[in-house]
Design a protein around this ligand. Structure first.
Ligand code: PLP
Length: 499
């Protein structure tokens, strides 16, 4: 393809993308109807020997790819979590593609590094994170990664390094990563990769499945008495199943008694809601920001009992197209001391002088995508007010759906609505019948193509999550989804032995 062909194909591609969004508004199905392997069989086994015409290639987006796409932007997409995309992000991916470079050191492209540094401070301010998390502090700062799981694994590496500096020679089998039964699988996965153990602390319904300080202290004391070294706690702000928010103020108070404990907050889904000041209390911002009195003594370096790092995904409800997982750390040296390897070919004057940030030393890979441009475009185009308006719209839609559930005596909320997540159950006369009807309901939901919901089990009980956040969602669409849910719930109920 030459430049003029690109020009023509590029204009056509933009037209196709615009038509796609228009189609989504009227298209019935959110899920594809293909069977496993069906799409793969439409694709040749190997690359063609000779190049093909662009017109033939472009056509296959419609003929091969789209039939196998689950439409995350469709209003009927209420599963997992939202994955917002925006025109501004799509455009930024085009520009980033043009200057394509792996930006691992400042010299690779000063603009890539410096834009990311400033963007991470923009987002930190947007969310109300304390200035100690900002690059401007000279001690803390943020970095954009591909996923919250990557961010979690990276901070676990930094936390292990920190623990081994505090307690040199600690055998690996004594180092433990802590989370709860509601922690995302990223905790167990980090432990698996690092060859360490993960302990999931039980949470209970009375606490809305959130971690409390008392139980945390009991578990940490118990494990320490058995020779274990609790070196990192993964607290959750907005758990995947129910949106549970761990009691961060209680947790930081307990953590202050355990100097080896690094505290990471996984706010992958819910963290962006901190952009709305009225939601900050619910999301525990004060505890995230609070500094310990030990800090002044240690010249600003993060102390035990403080949140060391915080991660949220702008690519969920934050209007930035996948991927943009933002990680902030209060002491950047915790990352660089664990991850800095500088062979001769990566040395340069500016890096050696320490006048620039080299993000390769903050992360696992060397190369990295130019993601900050997406943030720059989106945040300028929407402004803080537009960003907040988008989030408030999601909250209002979730509140609308919550009302529909509460108004129908055949349903109950499994937990109170959390931000834009509603989790419900179908009621029945006995626990056993409720279990059966909720399971049956789910089997029939899974057969639908026009609505996509995810089930979950919490404390052994089946429930259904309605994760609100696609930008095309409307109240009218929620009415439609609720009608389908009612019909399927009725069928599930009729299938039961007489109640
Ligand atoms: C979505 C989510 C994750 C996983 O995020 P990735 O970026 O896909 O790794 C982890 N934790 C929570 C609470 C989430 O909502």
């Amino acid at each position: 393809m030459d430049r003029e062909q690109f020009r023509e194909a590029g204009y056509a591609a933009i037209d196709r993308v615009c038509d796609y969004f228009a189609e989504l508004e009227t298209q019935e199905n959110v899920l594809p109807t293909v069977a496993p392997g069906e799409i793969g069989r439409l694709i040749p086994d190997a690359a063609p020997l000779d190049g093909e015409q662009w017109s033939d290639i472009a056509k296959d987006f419609d003929q091969i790819i789209l039939p196998g796409i689950t439409h995350w932007q469709h209003p009927g997409f209420l599963a997992f979590f939202p994955a917002n995309t925006t025109y501004e992000s799509i455009l930024s991916d085009i520009y980033a593609g043009a200057v394509s470079n792996p930006g691992f050191s400042w010299i690779c492209s000063p603009a890539c590094t410096e834009l990311e540094v400033v963007m991470m401070d923009w987002v930190a301010k947007l969310l109300g994170l304390d200035s100690s998390f900002h690059h401007a502090s000279g001690i803390g700062g943020g970095i954009i990664m591909g996923s919250a799981s990557e961010a979690c694994l990276t901070v676990c590496i930094a936390a292990r390094e920190r623990a081994l500096r505090l307690l040199p020679g600690t055998p690996a089998d004594r180092l433990v990563i802590y989370g709860t039964t509601q922690t995302h699988s990223l905790g167990a996965k980090a432990a698996l990769i690092l060859g360490l153990s993960f302990r999931a602390i039980e949470t209970i319904a009375e606490d809305k499945w959130a971690l409390r300080g008392e139980e945390l202290k009991r578990v940490l004391d118990e494990d320490k008495a058995n020779g274990k070294v609790p070196f990192v706690l993964l607290a959750t702000l907005g758990s995947t199943s129910t949106g549970a928010i761990d009691h961060l103020a209680e947790i930081t108070a307990v953590a202050a008694e355990f100097p080896e404990l690094f505290l990471h907050v996984d706010a992958a889904w819910a963290g962006v809601f901190l952009a709305c000041p009225e939601l900050r209390q619910e999301c525990g911002l004060e505890a995230i920001n609070k500094r310990s009195s030990a800090v002044t003594a240690a010249k600003g370096i993060c102390a035990s009992g403080e949140v060391h790092s915080f991660c949220t995904n702008l690519h969920k409800s934050g209007l930035v197209t996948f991927d943009a997982s933002c990680l902030w750390i209060r002491d950047r040296k915790l990352l660089t001391e664990a991850l800095d390897i500088t062979p001769p070919f990566l040395r340069n004057k500016h890096s050696d002088e320490g006048t620039v940030v080299d993000f390769r030393n903050w992360q696992m890979p060397l190369g990295r995508r130019f993601r900050s441009l997406k943030l720059f475009f989106v945040l300028r185009s929407y402004g803080v007010s537009g960003f907040q308006k988008h989030l408030r719209r999601q909250i209002n839609l979730a509140a609308y759906f919550e009302k529909l559930v509460l108004a129908n005596p055949r349903f109950e909320l499994f937990v109170p609505r959390r931000l834009a997540l509603v989790v419900f159950r179908i009621k029945a006369n006995t626990v056993e019948l409720a279990d059966r009807v909720n399971r049956e309901f789910f089997v029939s939901v899974a057969e639908r193509r026009d609505i996509f919901l995810t089930p979950t089990t919490v404390g052994g009980l089946y429930c259904t999550r309605v994760a609100i956040g696609t930008t095309l969602l409307t109240e009218a669409y929620l009415d439609k989804a609720w009608k389908i849910i009612n019909e399927l719930a009725e069928e599930a109920r009729l299938g039961l032995p007489s109640e």
